[in-house]
Design a protein around this ligand. Structure first.
Ligand code: ZN
Length: 289
């Protein structure tokens, strides 16, 4: 009965670069940016609320949203849209931590501690805004595609190449451990798990397998159980899938294509796709805090 009305993602690495290694300055800059995001989300919300039922014929006519049943074509939708969420997202916690401390959360327990502090602080600020306004301000672990590349391109131009921060093509999504970093699946899941409860607008963690999970079901199950036990609200296990361009078979091709028997395995096309996603009820509390 709710929907996300809009979200704005912030560039954490840039805040960290600007702060130097001064954590206090970082939080000051973060606060200013949160205020700006807050005003922007409210501004958009006002525009959305100025519409009438007829502007959203599907949403308002199908009883999808809470309280939308009695909205006529000429009624304001404000009373319905107030149930939606307004979210702040973030990119590049890993590069942010590297800029602040020299290491990201995969490399150092200290960095992980700071990472948890930063993200729980952002969540706290969203909760405060919700309290003040009676609206639903939430924190999003942005699943950025284009934005993570765009932010780093802009920052590289302004601040130059900073090792571990801007010397890459993409900032790391949300709270993820950097993709190329050597780490076990279990360790990655343990590090990313605690951020799921803090990001109440949405989150996902990935584990990418380099082989065929159907050949090692116990390993696959171990990954799923590990995700479950570490508070992963939404997890994805990705693994390679081959396609035989000749017969069109989709699946794992070791040496012989199971459909046509071709042995020219080198001609297969391999890509990595999300095959299994697990979802468990989102825990939205900040635990003891
Ligand atoms: Zn084939």
């Amino acid at each position: 009965g709710r929907g996300n009305l809009s979200f704005t993602s912030i560039n954490l690495p840039r805040l960290a670069i600007k702060a130097g290694h001064d954590i206090q300055k970082f939080y000051q800059e973060l606060d200013e940016l949160i205020e700006l995001v807050f005003r922007q989300l409210l501004h958009r919300f006002k525009i959305q609320c100025s519409k009438k039922g007829r502007n959203y014929p599907f949403l308002m006519g199908q009883g999808v949203w809470i309280d939308s049943d009695n909205i006529g074509p000429d009624d304001s939708v404000a009373e319905v849209l107030k149930h939606g969420t307004l979210s702040m997202g973030f990119i590049g916690l890993a590069e942010c931590l590297t800029a602040l401390t020299g290491k990201h959360h995969g490399q150092s327990a200290e960095a992980q501690k700071l990472g948890l502090e930063i993200v729980s602080y952002m969540r706290k600020r969203m909760d405060e805004k919700s309290e003040q306004t009676g609206l639903n301000f939430t924190l999003l672990a942005t699943p950025a595609e284009g934005l993570s590349g765009r932010f780093v391109r802009i920052d590289k131009k302004v601040y130059g190449e900073i090792p571990g921060v801007t010397d890459k093509d993409y900032y790391t999504n949300s709270f993820h451990v950097p993709v190329g970093y050597g780490i076990s699946a279990a360790e990655k899941v343990k590090l990313e798990g605690p951020y799921h409860a803090m990001t109440n607008a949405g989150h996902i963690s990935y584990v990418e397998l380099d082989g065929d999970p159907s050949k090692n079901i116990r390993a696959f199950e171990a990954v799923i159980r590990c995700m479950h036990d570490n508070g992963i609200g939404y997890g994805s296990v990705n693994h390679p899938v081959d396609r035989d361009p000749v017969c069109g078979y989709n699946g794992i091709i070791d040496t012989v294509c199971p459909r046509c028997g071709r042995t020219e395995a080198a001609h297969r096309m391999r890509k990595v796709v999300p095959r299994i996603r697990i979802k468990q009820p989102v825990r939205c509390s900040l635990g003891d805090e």
